[in-house]
Design a binder for this molecule. Sequence first.
Ligand code: PGA
Length: 229
Amino acid sequence: MKKLFIIANWKSNKNIRETEEWLHNFSDGFKRNPFSLDNKEVIVAPSFTLLEHANYCSGNLKPPIKLAAQTISPFGEGAFTGEVNGKQIKELADYVIVGHSERRRYFHEDEEIIKKKIEITFKYKLTPILCVSSIEQIINLKSYILNRELIVAYEPLFAIGSGRADTPQNANDMGSKIKEIIDSTPVLYGGSVTSDNVNTFTQMPSISGVLVGKASLDPLEFLEIIKNA
Ligand code: PGA
C-alpha cells in the first residue's frame, strides 16, 4: 500500500481556544470511530501563534498528527524583526510549508526567497512541503531539492479556495511529470479537496496524498477526509 500524506493548512484562521477545541474534537472523533492509519501520515499546519499550544495539547491528547509551520524565515537567528526562524520552528514542528501560492502572491515571495527558505528548512532538519502550481517552478528549484527528503504539493491556482478542484487525471499527469524530475519524492494534490473528492485523487498512481485548506478547519470533516483518502 502506498504511503499517503494528508495535510491540513489552516492558513490565517483560528485562535488558541479554537485550536484547543479542534484538537479535542479531532481526538474524540478519532477515538469514537477509529480507522487504520497504517499507510497515512497526518500533518496539521496552524499559524505560528498557535503552534506552541497545539504542540502542548498534542502531548496530552495524543491525536495522530504531526505539526507543520506555514512558512519559515529565509534567515537564521538574528536581527530580522517579525521573522520566525528554523531553530524556533524545530522545537515545535517537523515540517514547513514553503512556496505556497498565497505567499508568492500576497507577500511577493519569489524564486530567490523560496530557494533560501528551502535551504534553511533543510539546515534545521525540517522537511519542506514545497507547493508549486507549474512544472517550471519545480524545474527551477531542481538543484535545491534533488536527492533530498521533501514533499511536493501540486496546487493549481484556479482550484485553491474556489470549490472547483482539478480533475484527478490532470493532477496525476502533473504528479508523474514532477516525479520524472525529482524521482522518489511524494507528490500531493491541493485545491478544494473535500471528503467527497479526496479518494478520486489519492487513488491515482502518481498522487501520494492531499493538502487541504478550507475543509481542514472542521475537525470532523478533516477526519472524514483522512478516512476516505
Ligand atoms: P483549499 O486550499 O483546500 O481551501 O482549496 C488548499 C491550499 O491552499 O493549500
